[in-house]
Design a protein around this ligand. Structure first.
Ligand SMILES: [Zn+2]
Length: 134
């Protein structure tokens, strides 16, 4: 595998860093939302599913080895959903950043990509041929 030129590698790293900097809030866990019936027999929700209350947002995550659920104000549900999505994006970006960093640093050493660990054994089989040529 050939490495992309240093300029392109640097631009790629800056793109990853810019995307990370754009993430405002990050939250672990999940956000669920659902409409509910209040249970009052005279309420419209008793007969009409379209009149159910909500949606009610719940943010669920693990804190210190236990599950924590928090009811959210309806108007903030979207922010928490976005924050959970941002955290997923961040984890993806960190993986890409790590790979791009390894590629850039290994290119400086002249070593081939870490994706091809078998190259070390290939070198062993090639080196005797080189010695014969000398
Ligand atoms: Zn009701």
């Amino acid at each position: 595998m050939t490495h992309p030129p240093a300029r392109r590698r640097a631009a790629r790293l800056r793109t990853i860093q810019r995307r990370i900097a754009q993430l405002q809030y990050i939250c672990s866990g999940t956000v669920s939302h659902q409409a509910r019936q209040c249970g009052k027999p005279t309420c419209a929700c008793a007969a009409d599913p379209a009149a159910w209350h909500g949606p009610y947002y719940v943010w669920s995550r693990r804190e210190e080895h236990r599950q924590v659920n928090t009811m959210l104000p309806q108007e903030l549900g979207r922010f928490f959903e976005q924050a959970v999505e941002n955290y997923r994006k961040l984890r993806d970006l960190l993986r890409v950043w790590e790979r791009a960093s390894a590629e850039a640093l290994l290119a400086m050493t002249g070593t081939n990509s870490i994706r091809r660990p078998h190259l070390a054994s290939e070198r062993k089989t090639r080196s005797p041929r080189k010695r014969r040529r000398r």
